[in-house]
Design a protein. Structure first.
Ligand SMILES: *[C@@H]1O[C@H](CO)[C@@H](O)[C@H](O)[C@H]1NC(C)=O
Ligand SMILES: *[C@@H]1O[C@H](CO)[C@@H](O)[C@H](O)[C@H]1NC(C)=O
Ligand SMILES: *[C@@H]1O[C@H](CO)[C@@H](O)[C@H](O)[C@H]1NC(C)=O
Ligand SMILES: *[C@@H]1O[C@H](CO)[C@@H](O)[C@H](O)[C@H]1NC(C)=O
Ligand SMILES: *[C@@H]1O[C@H](CO)[C@@H](O)[C@H](O)[C@H]1NC(C)=O
Ligand SMILES: *[C@@H]1O[C@H](CO)[C@@H](O)[C@H](O)[C@H]1NC(C)=O
Ligand SMILES: *[C@@H]1O[C@H](CO)[C@@H](O)[C@H](O)[C@H]1NC(C)=O
Ligand SMILES: *[C@@H]1O[C@H](CO)[C@@H](O)[C@H](O)[C@H]1NC(C)=O
Length: 589
């Protein structure tokens, strides 16, 4: 009764996102992993459709709030409504949205990256989503995220950046029925500014607006149309939030949000905002055709000395997306730089983008290398989740290839991207297929409190022995730099799941659907060939010294002490005989 009344109220108020999604046809559910070794002869390739479909399904499994909201409803039978009173401490409705990772926090800064990447893919590879019958799911996923972000931005400067606190969150392991509440929500605002999170959220809204405008983003002679989900009303709503947030970021005292709101704790700290401001300026320029935003982007690119940066692409590091957006805009919207009194400078932005991408494909990174098994690895950034940086790079390489200054470069970019995607999908020394539920060799123990089915925080690894639910489509953190992978549920470095880990998978699958007739690598991987390596992993989740775990060290110490006691005991017991022996040996001299 309450539910019906709330729905009528929501409809009459025209709240964003209520009953506005496309209807999937046909509907999609993840197939059994046993289907993974069946070669696809269909066009487009059915296995890549599964990769795309599962990677989007994962976002449904991460939903928070009332799961029935939205036209296609809840696809994940084992999930329940949860945290429906989020935001009540501020009188704001912050229910909905997604849990960011394997626990229960909702985090706005990384969400900006996820929505940006999902929307950017939909903008440039539309026919792939359409022919795979995934456009309605892309629409539903984007709206689920953007609708929440709009609620998290109730007034110009106020943006809620986190719901749930780290200490409460880390003390609970279990399903969605017992999540501790009521939960605290944390905003930024004019007196506690968050330039990075304002700008990052503005960038996501702006790319979302560009996608929902349904315009062709012609960045090259082989560009594709956007996914068929155009809706000018929705585009307008997204753009309004983008412009407001950007204006606040551009005119308020500048600060790093995690310094302004230290109470959020250490999980989602930010390192700066120059990259976020630049990307937001470019995305807004593209979505509005207003050169003022382009001027800002170019100014910030120079002010923050972004040129030549080799950094990873992730939620705290946006510079690589700026390089590509400058290049894309110089081709797709040359009027923007012109309106700013600047040159489109296609070849200049090609140079900037190619310097970045060449360092990756030619292994000239200052701060990265390729593992023996063939995974692109950034020191530091890859240590707590190795696949995410590599697949983010792959998505940039595929995306840029059609803009490359030579066909040789284009093919080297696409080949390198292929190698990283294939690594993630089974072409690795473990023969592991790092998407959950995709293949018999996929991880069985993703670090997800929702999927695990246990509630014993002191024994996450084996209580229960078998994960209760299959978290289809989730990319896990991934192997260590040795290419070894322990499928242990308590090892969050290797086995955790997260919104941003999956963010580039739909676009990578879309590229394959448009450009390749071959199967994903996992089709040729024989089931049962993965096994947990010997020894213990040394990572931030299960730290150990020189390959020996704390438990092993403690065991060794106890063993040595016991051994000494036994020897002392024997000596005591045999003391008379020893005395005799010492005496006799003395006399023998
Ligand atoms: C377009 O989006 C708006 C806002 O979400 C929604 O109210 C409307 O129903 C959508 N229109 C169509 C045709 O889907
Ligand atoms: C949802 O509720 C059912 C009981 O109704 C429970 O068995 C299931 O584990 C719950 N799901 C999660 C993710 O906690
Ligand atoms: C602004 O945000 C800070 C940090 O979250 C918070 O402590 C403060 O209460 C907020 N101010 C208002 C007026 O909402
Ligand atoms: C560019 O966009 C137009 C529509 O504005 C479309 O007709 C055309 O095919 C596109 N060109 C390319 C090369 O993608
Ligand atoms: C921006 O310009 C392009 C053509 O260059 C046009 O297709 C698009 O609709 C314009 N966008 C807006 C928001 O005016
Ligand atoms: C951002 O702020 C700068 C400096 O105050 C100003 O020159 C610029 O026009 C602003 N950008 C926009 C898009 O309003
Ligand atoms: C174009 O880009 C190149 C390389 O980044 C740069 O050296 C040059 O100054 C730029 N030209 C203009 C007119 O902006
Ligand atoms: C797909 O490959 C063709 C060459 O076969 C290339 O021209 C095109 O740019 C590629 N498309 C994308 C989106 O990279």
């Amino acid at each position: 009764m309450m539910k019906g009344a709330a729905l009528v109220l929501a409809l009459s108020l025209g709240l964003p996102g209520t009953r506005a999604q496309l209807t999937p046809s046909p509907t999609y559910s993840p197939p059994s992993a046993t289907q993974a070794t069946v070669t696809s002869t269909a066009t487009p390739n059915a296995q890549w459709e599964t990769v795309m479909g599962n990677s989007l399904w994962f976002y449904d499994a991460q939903r928070s709030g009332n799961l029935d909201q939205g036209t296609y409803g809840n696809r994940v039978s084992w999930r329940n409504n949860s945290c429906t009173t989020d935001g009540s401490d501020w009188g704001v409705d912050l229910s909905g949205g997604w849990y960011d990772a394997g626990d229960y926090i909702k985090a706005t800064f990384p969400l900006g990256f996820t929505l940006f990447a999902l929307a950017w893919g939909g903008l440039s590879y539309g026919p792939a989503y359409d022919t795979a019958a995934q456009t309605a799911y892309l629409d539903g996923t984007l709206r689920w995220g953007f609708d929440w972000l709009m609620r998290a931005h109730p007034s110009d400067d106020q943006l809620f950046v986190q719901v749930g606190s780290l200490d409460v969150d880390q003390a609970y392991w279990g399903g969605d029925l017992g999540i501790p509440g009521p939960r605290t929500a944390y905003p930024v605002n004019a007196s506690a500014p968050g330039t990075d999170v304002w700008a990052s959220t503005a960038a996501a809204f702006a790319i979302g607006a560009l996608l929902y405008q349904g315009v062709n983003w012609n960045t090259s002679s082989s560009s594709h149309a956007p996914a068929s989900l155009a809706n000018q009303t929705y585009a307008g709503q997204l753009l309004k939030h983008a412009e407001t947030l950007y204006n606040v970021a551009n005119t308020t005292t500048q600060a790093i949000y995690s310094n302004s709101v230290p109470a959020i704790g250490q999980a989602y700290t930010s390192s700066g905002f120059g990259d976020d401001l630049t990307v937001a300026g470019l995305a807004l320029a593209a979505a509005t055709n207003n050169s003022a935003y382009y001027v800002d982007a170019y100014t910030n690119y120079q002010k923050y000395a972004l040129s030549g940066k080799q950094s990873v692409w992730n939620w705290d590091s946006r510079t690589p997306a700026a390089f590509l957006l400058f290049a894309e805009i110089s081709t797709a919207r040359p009027g923007l730089p012109a309106g700013a009194g600047l040159e489109a400078n296609v070849s200049g932005w090609q140079k900037e983008s190619e310097a970045y991408l060449d360092a990756i494909v030619n292994s000239h990174l200052q701060n990265g290398f390729m593992t023996n098994g063939g995974l692109l690895y950034y020191n530091g950034d890859s240590d707590e989740a190795s696949l995410n940086p590599a697949l983010a790079a792959a998505a940039l390489l595929n995306r840029y290839a059609p803009l490359a200054s030579s066909t040789d470069k284009a093919s080297s970019y696409n080949n390198y991207a292929q190698s990283q995607l294939s690594y993630a999908l089974g072409d690795n020394p473990m023969s592991s297929v790092y998407m959950v539920g995709q293949h018999p060799n996929s991880p069985q123990n993703p670090h997800s409190g929702l999927a695990a089915g246990g509630s014993n925080i002191n024994n996450i690894r084996t209580d229960p022995e078998t994960e209760a639910y299959v978290l289809y489509g989730a990319l896990v953190g991934g192997p260590l730099k040795t290419d070894k992978f322990w499928d242990w549920r308590d090892d969050w470095v290797q086995c955790e799941v997260a919104l941003d880990y999956n963010a580039n998978l739909p676009a990578l699958a879309a590229w394959q659907l448009l450009n390749s007739s071959s199967d994903p690598y996992y089709v040729q991987v024989q089931g049962g060939t993965y096994s947990i390596p010997k020894g213990e992993p040394c990572d931030a989740a299960l730290s150990c010294r020189s390959g020996v775990s704390k438990g092993a060290i403690a065991g060794a110490v106890v063993g040595v002490v016991l051994g000494l006691l036994v020897i002392l005991g024997l000596l005591w017991w045999q003391r008379d005989r020893i005395r005799r022996w010492r005496r006799s040996s003395k006399f023998a001299q």
